[in-house]
Design a protein around this ligand. Structure first.
Ligand code: CTP
Length: 408
């Protein structure tokens, strides 16, 4: 865990305010000191007592409480991060104009820390040219404005405008606390394709051969790339996490389905990342009915090879496309983790290979990771143990630098 930091949690007047209680919880449970600053409209949805009880701080909406402390200046100067959720159309407009008519908007002007906005509003409001301009202005000034999720809105309608899932807002907030410069908007116009999760190869309708990948590293890559401005598509094998907001997700099960989906989408991508754990083998026969024991000895399962997707992506790559592989290694009698990693990078022909050591509670099903990013040109970037979003940001730093080089 990173050392405790001070977060100002600005809460706008939208129904999604009720979900921000969960965000507040996630941030305090990560050890941070969170000061909620609701707008007076937000209090129509969730009252003062809830914010005070969950944060352990008294809350105010205007600058006329505790006047001698000059609260808007004190809050702005001491904050390590301001997260605004839900960021309503009105709040985005006020922030873009530099208005300062309540405690939250005044604090936004005094703060010099990163500001993360999680929008929530009706689709028409999100798509209105006024809101588009305001979002553009805030992003140009360095504000991190997440794309809203697509889904059910306040009434029976659905579309873009739903607040991103609180866990995903927390993921980016925790990343910014660990590394304030992790989300520059340097990937605008870059099309990214990422595979995530672990494939499942069915034996019968209820059983499969699978692996322990949760998809969290692939999700972190997608969230961070989207926040840095990229257009992101993910092919997800057996991932049980909510879709990252602003990311197009295709759900698959088997390696064959992942293979088909990745090869179909790769030609439109500037960067392809194979973060999925792909089964190298699948059962030759999938039974149509549940396999019964029937008092018999079990039949051996005959396996056949799956295609190596990364190798095929490299074979079919377009000029200038950057291809990134992942390798989870344990080291064995033939060599340590890095020896296997360097061999694999050469064998697969990718531009980059992110090598991490697995086993004994490392990497799988946890929120943290550590790795070395190997480049085909021999350079190595060590990424210390940290959040999966931190590893994702380090990968995008290396990719961004490659894309900025003159055509290879
Ligand atoms: N990969 C792939 N298709 C496969 C297997 C792996 O595209 N059938 C990709 C993974 O997504 C990863 C990289 O190849 O980006 C390395 O995966 P890994 O399982 O470590 O490599 P393998 O080639 O399976 O090598 P090993 O013999 O170590 O299992």
């Amino acid at each position: 865990m990173t050392e405790p930091r001070r977060v100002v949690l600005g809460v706008g007047g939208g129904i999604a305010a009720y979900k921000v209680c969960e965000l507040l919880r996630l941030l305090t449970e990560s050890g941070h000191d969170v000061q909620p600053v609701p707008t007076s409209s937000a209090l129509h949805f969730v009252g003062t007592a809830t914010w005070e009880a969950l944060s352990g701080h008294s809350v105010a909406t205007d600058v006329w409480t505790d006047v001698p402390d000059v609260p808007h200046v004190a809050l702005g100067r001491t904050a390590d991060l301001i997260a605004v959720a839900p960021a309503t159309a009105d709040l985005l407009a006020k922030a873009a104009q530099g208005r300062a008519d309540d405690l939250l908007t005044a604090t936004l002007l005094t703060a010099r820390c990163p500001v993360l906005y999680a929008p929530a509003m009706h689709t028409e409001m999100w798509e209105h040219p006024a809101t588009r301009d305001n979002v553009g202005t805030l992003r140009r000034r360095g504000g991190i404005v997440m794309d809203p999720a697509v889904g059910r809105l306040t009434g029976t309608d659905s579309g873009p405008g739903r607040m991103p899932d609180p866990s995903q807002i927390a993921d980016l907030a925790l990343l910014l606390l660990a590394r304030p410069d992790a989300l520059p908007r340097d990937m605008s116009g870059v099309r990214v394709l990422i595979s995530a999760g672990g494939t499942r190869e069915p034996l019968d309708p209820v059983r499969f051969l699978g692996n322990r990948s949760s998809g969290r590293q692939g999700w972190a890559l997608a969230q961070v790339a989207a926040a840095r401005g990229a257009t992101v598509a993910v092919v997800a094998a057996s991932v049980e996490l909510p879709d990252p907001s602003g990311v197009q997700v295709t759900r698959v099960g088997t390696a064959a389905q992942l293979h088909e989906a990745m090869l179909a989408a790769a030609s439109d991508a500037d960067v392809v990342v194979m973060a999925a754990a792909v089964a190298d083998f699948r059962p030759r026969d999938t039974q149509q009915h549940k396999i019964k024991k029937d008092g018999r000895e079990p039949n051996p399962v005959v396996l056949v090879r799956n295609p190596d997707i990364l190798t095929e992506l490299v074979r079919d790559r377009r000029t200038g496309q950057v291809i990134v592989g992942f390798a989870a290694e344990t080291g064995d009698a033939d060599g340590d983790v890095m020896t296997h990693g360097r061999d694999k990078l050469a064998r697969k022909g990718a531009d980059l290979l992110v090598v991490n050591a697995v086993g004994a509670g490392k990497a799988f099903e946890v929120g943290t990771n550590e790795a070395v990013i190997l480049s085909a040109d021999g350079t190595e970037v060590d990424v210390a143990h940290g959040l999966k979003t931190q590893l994702a940001a380090a990968v995008w730093d290396v990719v961004s630098a490659r894309l900025a080089q003159p055509a290879r």
